[in-house]
Design a protein around this ligand. Structure first.
Ligand code: FEO
Length: 172
């Protein structure tokens, strides 16, 4: 049976991951509106990846005899000043999620919950990737600056991102 404190914290993380998905769906809609189809696609794939994270947390909580309890999801912003601004916000958001994951690890360690600590290490590694991929696009957008041709090329490049598997159990 999982410690109630850890159950609460994991349920809060499920809400944070759902919000992440919601935020990236909103960014996808923003890029669709700007006719930047590649960026819209990238954000849609990112939103789906966040749902995989949700499923992983739910599966773990259920496997440990805990109870998944869903809360209201905050409304995400709908507008950003530019593609660069949107990706900068995505990068900042991932940094916040990394801090949340680190707090969860600290809690699991303090409760001597080795299984939770082991489970959370996947997310520790994942966050390195999550931050790096958002930051890479931020840097690319800074290089592109105001050049429409560069933006067009970058948008095309981002359209090739493949879909994550939506099953939580396959290590995606
Ligand atoms: Fe679920 Fe983007 O962290």
């Amino acid at each position: 049976m999982i410690n109630p404190k850890l159950q609460d914290a994991l349920n809060k993380q499920i809400n944070a991951e759902l919000y992440s998905s919601y935020l990236y769906f909103s960014m996808s809609a923003f890029f669709e509106d700007k006719n930047l189809k590649g960026m819209a696609h990238w954000m849609k794939m990112q939103a789906q990846e966040e749902m995989v994270h949700v499923l992983k947390f739910c599966d773990f909580l259920n496997d440990r005899g805990g109870r998944v309890l869903l809360d209201a999801i905050d409304k995400p912003p709908a507008e950003w000043n530019s593609p660069l601004h949107a990706f900068e916000e995505a990068y900042k958001h991932e940094q916040k999620v990394t801090a949340l994951i680190n707090d969860l690890v600290d809690l699991a360690v303090s409760l001597k919950d080795h299984a939770a600590n082991s489970f959370l290490q996947w997310f520790v590694d994942e966050q390195v990737e999550e931050e790096a991929s958002a930051d890479e696009i931020v840097q690319n957008l800074k290089l592109v600056g105001e050049h429409p041709q560069g933006l067009f090329m970058l948008d095309k490049d981002l359209s090739s991102r493949s879909a994550p598997s939506l099953t939580a159990a396959d290590g995606e």
